[in-house]
Design a protein around this ligand. Structure first.
Ligand code: ATP
Ligand code: MG
Length: 874
């Protein structure tokens, strides 16, 4: 069975059991401070499990793009080395939110694997939670009995808390789980050692394929478990592993998910897969990583220097490095695999097809710059080698290796490989300890402690009313304290709130919570998954009281101007630059709007002007806002509404329209009732922020007005400085021309002057035995003319020995020049002489034995220089 068919069979199987299919949520996580990337199918349903939100469907099935390269789940170092862990993989899942529980979950999993996919029953093992004393939990007898009815007891394995009790994090929903493992070894091997002994033992052929989690507890921050009000099922099956089992392969990489990529790499590198373990690892690393990189870029994460962007950059570099070292690629090559990603995954994940060209460009730029880094690092290493040799040492220190790693992105194993090739060794322990120090530093900086929610009023869900109201009578559902290095922060959740929580680029509202006894400032509003969290300056003393929640209206209103202007801008950019324009990020606050978009090449002044003109025309047209909530997503898309890649949309969306023929966008932000409120839009900058991504910053209404007023007053000041000419531009041009003419005149005067100085100096030489000495004080316009004069004197006088003490622009300088032969015959050295004389002007300098100069601080010392020189040399 082909991979594609295996995937669709899974979905159809659960659809036949009344499950609703939902598309994968983006791989890059927004609105969750605890997570950078989606690492399990359940991430997008977290709120339903936490009870923050009522699940839209009681039964759901999906295939979720996951990435396990950071945080709690980090498989990166395994990837490529083994054959069944990936960075990015698909997790197939079926879900019950307060609906069915263990009985159905177990029966269906077994039916699907053995009857639909035809996996042989005598290769499968299942595990059951054995209980845990610390948590006061019995074994999961319910699951055990259910399994026993369909699987021989010898195939059921009791598992500890580590393997069979699933937890979302330190706190949150959790419960026992049952894993399904498969033994893919040959019959002979299976005869020799029973598979049950190898389950959960890191055997590459006896692997976990499916985890059925039965959520029934909530772990609170004192460590204890509380039963959840409703029980849920969360299952996750590694798609790539399933495909491998069904296709009877001994490695995920031998399935049709990966073989086309491996074949392509074989063609490009001229190397064969399966001949050498080192090159095989490189093949696997590359065909794995290209998926992770492409999918994350498609979901809006561009490689960069921090956070999620840095994680992607490191994965990309790992792939480039393996290609470079083991497959001989020293030119960019990864980007050429992106058309194949589009072709193989574009059906189920359309974003990688739609953005193929963009993804390729971003990868190409990254590869190019990292290959440059690699070659710089190699040069650095060469230098280190030479230095070590000079000192007769053979160990590259941990500090040096760490520096190469940290500042040049130069991986340790590469440093160590090159070291070995050069008969050197590497202090790996030293490296590890440097690494540890850095980790501790960043851990200390980011550590925070999250207190439990303190419940005040019953939690019946949160209502956001901020599209229609800026004020509400609200009750506090719960509050908590978060402590980190910066101190304590306080969070409050309201039952009903007019506060807009930061999202879609728009900043969170600020304002006040006012009760009859206190007034508390709200400094920010953010989402945590779908919960609206108000950050307040202090905790309420009487949280049980009713509060008037009041948004800062002035700030909100300016922010709305900027948000609507962003929509107008996006459409104008499409009109002027073309339909390839796609939003790559945005920031909207009360000061400005920032809009990042994909486009290759700088915008011309004329393009910027055209965009600005179109936008301002739309402002003047006074187009009314057409806001529609709860539009089915398919309908919105059919109407051509602009959607964002990497944004998580539900089944129903909000559509913001300013003229159906001009701007239709899926958007949750707040907007002006009609465009003329914006007043004026002014683009203040346009530039590049990374490969293929441009950034525009613009301002509106009052800010735009005062910007223009500032410009105007600068112009006025210039006019006044120029004594109010009729035409300022002409006046400045005339001034510049005059300046050029004067500059030329001064230059020629300088020349004349130095020529005059030289003529008179030629007469002042003092004749000696085989030497003609001149000691003189001069005044010259610049250092160049001093040097020039010295050389000319030396060239025109035989056996010249010249000491010039010059005042240049109010600063003392000394130049000493002498005929080369005098160095030996008279034992003179210009460098030494100049250093000695420079003491008189509190300065220093040097040069060559025949010519040297010095500068100093004390102009009055020039006379002492002359006196000393005369004393010594005349
Ligand atoms: P393992 O012990 O093999 O790393 P896990 O316990 O981390 O697996 P779960 O968190 O239970 O796995 O995830 C559910 C399923 O996702 C697993 O049964 C497995 O099939 C799959 N899976 C987990 N990690 C990876 C990975 N890095 N690459 C591919 N599939 C994976
Ligand atoms: Mg794991």
């Amino acid at each position: 069975m082909e991979a594609k068919k295996i995937r669709s069979t899974f979905i159809e199987f659960f659809q036949s059991k009344q499950h609703h299919y939902v598309p994968s949520s983006p791989i890059v996580v927004k609105n969750d401070p605890t997570l950078m990337f989606t690492n399990a199918g359940m991430n997008q349903f977290k709120d339903a499990f936490l009870g923050n939100e009522v699940a839209k469907f009681p039964r759901v099935a999906n295939s979720q793009k996951c990435l396990r390269v950071s945080g709690k789940h980090n498989d990166l170092e395994e990837v490529g080395v083994d054959t069944y862990h990936h960075t990015m993989f698909e997790m197939l899942g079926n879900w019950s939110f307060g609906d069915y529980f263990k009985k159905e979950a177990i029966a269906w999993a077994w039916e699907l694997l053995t009857e639909v996919y035809g996996l042989s029953k005598d290769r499968l093992y299942v595990s059951v939670f054995e209980g845990d004393k610390d948590d006061n939990l019995e074994m999961d007898k319910e699951a055990f009995d259910l399994w026993k009815a369909i699987v021989p007891e010898g195939r059921i394995i009791m598992g500890s808390k580590k393997d069979n009790f699933w937890e979302m994090g330190d706190t949150g929903p959790c419960g026992p789980c049952s894993e399904i493992h498969i033994d893919l070894r040959s019959d002979a091997e299976r005869q020799a050692i029973p598979g049950r002994d190898l389950v959960n033992n890191d055997h590459p052929q006896v692997i976990e394929i499916w985890n059925l989690v039965f959520m029934q507890f909530n772990r609170v921050s004192d460590g204890s478990l509380k039963p959840l009000p409703a029980t849920h099922v969360d299952t996750g099956m590694g798609f790539e592993r399933l495909v491998r089992a069904i296709q009877h392969k001994s490695s995920n990489y031998d399935t049709d998910l990966f073989t086309p990529f491996i074949a392509e790499l074989e063609k490009k590198s001229g190397k064969k897969y399966g001949e050498n373990e080192q090159t095989d690892i490189a093949f696997r690393v590359i065909v794995d990583h290209i998926r992770a990189i492409s999918f994350t870029i498609a979901d809006g994460q561009i490689p960069s220097n921090n956070k999620a962007g840095y994680v992607i950059r490191r994965i990309l570099r790992r792939a480039v490095r393996y290609g470079y070292t083991f497959l001989g690629f020293n030119e960019p090559f990864l980007y050429e695999l992106t058309p194949m990603i589009a072709a193989n995954f574009g059906d189920i994940f359309p974003e990688v097809r739609q953005q193929q060209e963009f993804i390729a460009k971003v990868i190409f730029e990254e590869e190019t710059s990292f290959l440059r880094t690699l070659s710089n690092g190699l040069k650095m290493l060469d230098q280190i080698k030479t230095e070590l040799k000079a000192k007769n040492e053979t160990v590259i220190s941990g500090k040096t290796a760490f520096e190469l790693y940290d500042t040049f992105g130069f991986p340790l194993d590469l440093t160590s490989l090159i070291a070995r090739e050069n008969g050197l060794s590497l202090d790996e322990e030293g490296f590890a300890s440097e690494m540890e120090t850095q980790k501790n530093r960043s851990r200390a900086a980011s550590e925070s402690e999250t207190g439990d929610w303190m419940m005040v009023h019953p939690d019946e869900g949160v209502e956001f009313i901020g599209y229609d109201f800026l004020k509400a009578d609200s009750n506090i559902i719960k509050y908590r304290v978060i402590s980190d290095k910066k101190g304590d922060r306080y969070q409050v959740v309201l039952d009903k709130t007019p506060f807009y929580a930061e999202s879609g680029g728009q900043v969170g509202d600020t304002g006040w919570l006012i009760s009859e006894v206190e007034k508390i400032r709200v400094v920010d509003t953010k989402k945590e998954n779908d919960l609206i969290v108000h950050f307040v300056e202090k905790l309420p003393e009487h949280p049980e009281k009713q509060f008037s929640a009041e948004v800062d209206q002035a700030k909100r209103s300016l922010t709305m101007n900027n948000h609507t202007a962003t929509h107008l801008l996006q459409s104008a950019l499409k009109t002027v630059l073309g339909d390839h324009i796609q939003q790559r990020g945005s920031l909207v606050n009360d000061q400005l709007l920032r809009f990042d978009f994909s486009h290759f090449g700088k915008m011309t002044d004329e393009e910027i002007e055209r965009v600005e003109n179109i936008v301002n025309e739309k402002v003047r047209e006074n187009i009314p806002l057409l806001e529609r909530r709860n539009v089915p997503i398919e309908e919105a898309k059919a109407q051509g509404a602009t959607a964002l890649f990497g944004e998580k949309y539900g089944e129903f969306v909000r559509v913001i329209t300013f003229d159906p023929k001009y701007s239709v966008e899926l958007c949750g932000g707040t907007h002006v009732p009609s465009t003329s409120q914006i007043g004026l839009v002014k683009i203040v900058s346009e530039g590049s922020i990374s490969a293929g991504v441009r950034r525009i910053e613009a301002i509106t209404s009052k800010a735009a007005e005062s910007y223009l007023r500032d410009q105007e007053s600068v112009l006025k000041e210039i006019q006044e400085l120029l004594k109010n000419p009729k035409d300022v531009k002409k006046a400045i041009e005339a001034l510049l021309e005059e300046r050029n003419t004067l500059k030329k005149e001064i230059e020629s005067l300088h020349l004349e002057k130095s020529a005059g100085v030289k003529t008179s100096l030629l007469t002042e030489f003092v004749k000696g035995e085989g030497i003609n000495t001149l000691v003189a004080k001069v005044e010259l316009p610049n250092a160049d003319s001093l040097k020039k004069l010295a050389y000319e004197l030396k060239n025109e006088v035989e056996n010249a020995f010249v000491i010039l003490a010059a005042s240049i622009d109010g600063k003392p300088q000394i130049a000493v020049i002498l005929e080369e032969s005098l160095i030996n015959s008279k034992n003179l050295n210009a460098g030494q002489i100049v250093r000695e004389l420079a003491k008189e002007i509190q300065g220093g300098g040097g040069g060559q034995p025949f010519f040297a100069t010095a500068g100093g601080k004390d102009l009055s010392g020039l006379d002492r220089v002359i006196a000393k020189a005369k004393e010594l040399y005349l």
